[in-house]
Design a protein around this ligand. Structure first.
Ligand code: NDP
Length: 324
């Protein structure tokens, strides 16, 4: 009987999410990308759609996008960051937004540490040197900067920031941090002002949410305060760092180097960065292992399944709280 099952829409393929949603009784999954006419499919299902599994292919999910679906109850988003969704609008219109926190903390922290070590110790550049046959031809690779005697300032001390700090503790690297509010359960020194912290540290690791609240938080002033031996690692969102100011700071040697997993206009990366040898660049791979991506996929599907089985969402974002 039509209307008996809850209609769920996906805009791009994600096999594990599709599989989980398809085998759940009570759900009817619509695959927009597989339809010959995407717009025609969306128009025909829009009046019935009650859930979006937002895992790619949909662009920005703002009020105009969500309004197409008058019966929309839940947007289950893939990833912990949800700056591509207008969660405030959703909250004001009674729509739940969920994300995938915690299941990716350790993976992203591993990536941050890998990127830090690669950037400080030139590991990708040294490997390129070997592969190019330069070792026998030109002798040992040049000496590099070191993580010894450096203090790391983390911008963002949430779930992932804490996992990064734990790894640095084990490596005996001192940690301080900047957030808007001090974190109760950590002993690291808190800086209410990011420029003050930049002045006191040798490395900054950025791991905050993206969006308007953090746009260009790392600007020319922060980079100047970080100084000529300073290293910037960004595993948060490209928008958190003023990319033009960063390129200028790297060119002018205002800072020493940078390691970036995220960019302002992904997947486009400025050619100026690609041409620099004092940067390490990754294609947004923070959480990108088989195991972690599976856990994220399952959490997207399980939020929808839990919602329609009456148990509430598993991981709603703070803008769309659910009364238990
Ligand atoms: P949490 O919400 O647990 O932590 C966010 C931290 O950022 C908090 O300490 C918060 O403190 C701080 N913060 C937020 N706004 C500001 C601000 N304006 N100025 C200073 N600090 C701020 O998030 P997670 O640790 O789970 O994730 C963090 C982010 O990491 C995600 O939102 C995403 O953007 C990014 N990420 C990147 C990945 C990648 O592949 N590269 C993968 C996963 C996540 P306070 O509110 O007190 O300021």
């Amino acid at each position: 009987m039509p209307g008996e099952k809850a209609d769920v829409v996906m805009f791009g393929p994600k096999p594990i999410i599709e599989e989980e949603l398809s085998k759940a009784s009570g759900l009817h999954l619509h695959r927009v990308w597989a339809a010959p006419d995407h717009e025609a499919l969306v128009a025909s299902i829009a009046p019935a759609v009650r859930a979006i599994a937002a895992a790619g292919g949909h662009g920005r999910i703002d009020g105009a996008m969500m309004s197409q679906f008058p019966k929309l109850e839940i947007v289950a988003s893939f990833g912990v960051g949800y700056d591509h969704i207008d969660a405030k609008w959703a909250g004001e219109h009674g729509i739940i937004v969920t994300n995938t926190p915690d299941v990716l903390n350790e993976e992203v922290a591993d990536t941050a540490l890998g990127l830090l070590l690669c950037t400080v110790r030139h590991l990708p550049q040294a490997e390129k040197y070997l592969r190019a046959g330069k070792w026998p031809a030109h002798g040992d690779y040049q000496l590099t900067p070191s993580l010894r005697d450096r203090t790391v300032g983390i911008i963002g001390m949430g779930r992932i920031g804490k996992a990064i700090a734990r790894r640095l503790d084990a490596m005996k690297v001192p940690v301080v941090y900047h957030t808007r509010r001090p974190v109760a359960d950590v002993a690291y020194r808190h800086y209410p002002n990011v420029v003050d912290m930049a002045r006191d540290v040798d490395v900054i690791i950025v791991i905050t949410p993206g969006g308007a609240g953090t746009k260009n938080l790392v600007n020319a002033d922060v980079l100047k305060a970080l100084g000529p031996e300073g290293i910037l690692i960004n595993v948060a969102r490209g928008s958190v760092v003023d990319e033009a100011a960063l390129i200028k700071a790297l060119k002018d040697k205002t800072i020493l180097s940078a390691g970036l997993d995220v960019f302002a206009n992904e997947p486009k990366v400025p050619q100026e960065l690609i041409d620099m040898d004092n940067v390490v660049l990754l294609p947004h791979v923070g959480s990108a292992s088989h195991a972690t991506r599976r856990a994220m996929d399952e959490l997207v599907a399980n939020n929808i399944i839990s919602w329609f089985s009456g148990k509430g969402p598993i991981t709603p974002v703070p803008e769309t709280p659910v009364k238990k």
